[in-house]
Design a binder for this molecule. Sequence first.
Ligand code: G3P
Length: 215
Amino acid sequence: MRLFLDTANIDDIRRCAAMGVVSGVTTNPTLLAKEGVEYRDRILEICEVVDGPISAEGVALTADELVEEGRRIASWHESVVVKVAMTEPGLEAISRLAAEGISTNCTLIFSANQVLLAARAGATFVSPFVGRLDDGGQDGMEMVREAVQILETFHLPAQVLAASLRHTRHVTEAALAGAHVATVPPAVLLQMVKHPLTDAGIERFLADSTNYSAV
Ligand code: G3P
């Protein structure tokens, strides 16, 4: 499973990318709004830091406008993936953009049937929102398991991008479910690095290294 960062914060992206574990970035209008920067400028900055798919979301409401917006967003940089919400015009836009060779990420997915539709329309990535389903008392990860099974059964090339992941256990479960990608907030990725026994072990090794002359 590849790990993408779910943020538009360039400092967080630089910090996490330096570890060599970040294969892409997902953004959305809410994440961009927190940064107070121009959307295109920030996406281009991210493309310079991370060599991989960078999702930038379209906000138009009709299929024609979404296709137009998608073409424009895709022209910013070869790494850019056009994020399109799961709606009827969104599916039409995804299929038309796919026909032009433009990569898309179908977002705001909350059911396995929506996954099937997005994959059939030709989405490169399909993004089930795990945490937001959990918030409503459902098992969001079950949707990821079903999505992976459906795509594998019918040999559909779309990749399951588990999104709205809120904690480290979500990441483990997404990997076990067979998700191709998990997009995680920087805080969750940094939490994945940590374990109290690792810290205790380092402390003990440091304490015992008084006569150690490797450097
Ligand atoms: O990229 C969209 C998604 O990951 C948002 O997550 O926590 O706002 O539900 P959240």
